[in-house]
Design a protein around this ligand. Structure first.
Ligand code: HEC
Length: 100
């Protein structure tokens, strides 16, 4: 019984690690949708806004303002509407953690 509890705990830990990894992969997939315009991992070519290493809260606020239409935009209104607020928070945290 003790043994099987131990295995159960080990199994649960594995599952938790696997789902944390799946979560990171999911965020990468969302973030990849921004790469066409904002560059690989948010490092844009000159003339485009880089996202890598920017302040997370500031970026999130801009995304939420795009989504609500408060901030003027050509493209970002449509793009930001494709994600939940929670997803936008995860995506902006991902870009904030990338090297400039
Ligand atoms: C098709 C090109 C395109 C894609 C894809 C795109 N963006 Fe943008 N982004 C823009 C443009 C253009 C602007 C300038 C505002 C505007 O005109 O919409 C911008 C502006 C921004 C800004 C504000 C930058 C600043 O500091 O003023 C943020 C933050 C941003 N984008 C994040 C994202 C994120 C996150 C994604 C992916 C979910 C994304 N963008 C996908 C084109 C794009």
């Amino acid at each position: 019984m003790v043994k099987s509890t131990k295995w159960l705990a080990a199994g649960a830990l594995c599952l938790m690690a696997a789902s944390a990894q799946a979560q990171v992969n999911q965020i990468r997939v969302w973030a990849a949708a921004c790469a066409n315009c904002h560059g690989t991992e948010g490092r844009a070519l000159p003339g485009m806004e880089s996202l890598a290493g920017k302040d997370k809260d500031e970026m999130l606020q801009k995304m939420l303002d795009f989504k609500s239409g408060r901030k003027p935009a050509t493209l970002m209104h449509q793009i930001s509407k494709g994600y939940s607020d929670e997803q936008l928070a995860q995506i902006t945290a991902y870009f904030a953690a990338q090297k400039k």
